[in-house]
Design a protein around this ligand. Structure first.
Ligand code: NI
Length: 172
């Protein structure tokens, strides 16, 4: 397994729309394993392939407290979404140290393929529901800060650019 580099907002590659996975083969399983290692290492609850610059519909998640319940969603599709909405504070491994409130469906039912390529259905609520919707947005090229006001988004963009610049300078 290998740890992958996570793209950082405002990297334009984060706005790429991912394509369907045609076959869950060894290559995809390796990608899933590398993404899980990367997510656990970064202490995230979810990671979309888009964030590691692979533009195929693959998501890994683990919203358990024990951090031992990996979820793999390949070609995920939301088949049902509650009309009830919920506002939650979100963060993102591509926008480190930035958190803000986003409104989403309180519950969603999603169909996907697992690591073995087997179809399954997941009824998600709470953090898992937030995470599914957040990660599926990534596959459409959307980062959660795009739900915020243009003013907030500009501030975050500036902050992120400055932080990346500072880090590069420190490495010199
Ligand atoms: Ni994210």
């Amino acid at each position: 397994m290998a740890r992958l580099n996570i793209l950082r907002y405002p990297d334009p590659r984060l706005h790429t729309v991912a394509r369907e996975v045609r076959e869950v083969d060894e290559r995809i399983r390796r990608l899933v394993d590398d993404m899980l290692e990367t997510m656990y290492d970064a202490e995230g609850v979810g990671l979309a392939a888009t964030q590691v610059d692979v533009h195929e519909r693959v998501i890994v998640m683990d919203t358990s407290d024990s951090r031992d319940r990996p979820l793999v969603l390949i070609n995920p599709r939301i088949v049902e979404a509650s009309t009830e909405m919920a506002v939650n504070e979100e963060g993102c491994l591509s926008v480190p140290q930035i958190y803000d409130r986003v409104e989403r469906h309180a519950r969603v039912t999603v169909q996907a393929l697992d690591r073995a390529g087997e179809p399954y259905e997941l009824q998600a609520e709470g953090l898992t529901s937030v995470c599914v919707q957040h990660e599926m947005d990534h596959l459409l090229g959307k980062v959660f800060v795009e739900y915020l006001s243009p003013l907030k988004r500009d501030r975050i963009r500036t902050k992120m650019l400055k932080r990346t610049r500072d880090e590069l300078q420190r490495m010199r």
